[in-house]
Design a protein around this ligand. Structure first.
Ligand code: C2E
Ligand code: CA
Ligand code: CA
Ligand code: CA
Length: 275
């Protein structure tokens, strides 16, 4: 019998030990990974649906584990958040992404995902400012993607940070729009530059009437608010056509390009044209 834990369980349960064990292992491995440089950024293109040009790339973190191979961020980001490593990891991502994007053609922005926990530690504004200074990247070419939980937690504090980052000239996008409880009300709380429609809505286009109405409602609203819209997870021509018809501004997904370590394929003028 084990001592009563945080979750109130007290009987020996082998599967919990196994889970805990793998958590502890991953935490240990993450520390090692930071020290050994096992992380890499992949970049996925965002296509402007009016001009048919690539406008930016989202930086997506990859971990090459020496034994387990590629580990998904969906798996290790939550662990990094739990064990206090997300600050260090997030700082690495920000520095790496800005340094890389500074070498790209000027027309391209870079989008960086920021964990809600990065708003808690250190000065996020200072980190962003320093990454821009060190890389020489123009602030207008950096976009930060946050989820609504950033506003949900410690609203006043986090809004002040968001406003300060925006004052630097950096754009702020709301990620996974529509998946939370009150996404709409956040548009009133903070003037986002862009919202990204979650792929769960895009997946069912164009045939699902409900998905179509929801995406239409989002794009109509965004248009009247003057907010840019990106649809995530676009995998088929039919989805892309539906999104164009709904006046969605940008698309991102496997149809346009998968996340890749190297974006030079998009530099050729012919490769950036789509459709
Ligand atoms: P996200 O920010 O919503 O990123 C989009 C995810 O959808 C990425 O998964 C991307 O590879 C995937 N995706 C893109 N196009 C398609 C498509 O057409 N179909 C499908 N089925 N999927 C598509 P990925 O790279 O595995 O990242 C998962 C999540 O991990 C991200 O979701 C983000 O929340 C988090 N993440 C990734 N990199 C970072 C990072 O540097 N910092 C933080 N804090 N989180 C990150
Ligand atoms: Ca994102
Ligand atoms: Ca997303
Ligand atoms: Ca997501």
């Amino acid at each position: 019998v084990k001592a009563e834990g945080r979750n109130g369980w007290r009987f020996y349960r082998p599967e919990m030990d196994a889970q805990l064990q793998s958590r502890i292992e991953m935490e240990h491995d993450l520390r090692q990974a930071l020290a050994d440089n096992q992380f890499q950024l992949f970049y996925q293109p965002l296509l402007n649906l009016d001009t048919h040009r690539i406008v930016s790339f989202e930086a997506l973190l990859r971990w090459h584990h020496p034994l387990r191979g590629m580990v998904s961020p969906a798996e290790f980001i939550p662990v990094a958040e739990d064990c206090g490593l997300i600050g260090q990891l997030g700082e690495w991502v920000l520095n790496q992404a800005t340094r890389t994007a500074a070498l790209w053609p000027e027309a391209w922005r870079v989008a960086v995902n920021i964990s809600p926990l990065q708003f808690r530690h250190k000065s996020l504004v200072g980190l962003v400012n320093r990454a821009l200074k060190v890389s020489g990247l123009s602030p207008a070419r950096l976009e930060l993607e946050i989820t609504e939980s950033v506003i949900l937690e410690d609203e006043t504090h986090n809004l002040a940070i968001l406003n300060a980052i925006r004052a630097l000239g950096v754009r702020i996008a709301m990620d996974d729009f529509g998946t939370g409880y009150s996404s709409l009300s956040y548009l009133r709380t903070f003037p986002f530059d862009k919202i990204k429609i979650d792929q769960s809505f895009v997946r069912d286009l164009p045939h699902d009437k409900n998905a179509l109405s929801i995406v239409r409602a989002i794009t109509d609203m965004a248009q009247s608010l003057g907010v840019l819209i990106t649809a995530e997870g676009v995998e088929t021509e039919a989805q892309m056509e539906a999104l164009k018809a709904l006046n969605c501004g940008e698309a991102q997904g496997y149809l346009i390009g998968r996340p890749a370590p190297d974006i030079s394929a998009y530099v050729q003028p012919l490769a950036v044209c789509y459709g």
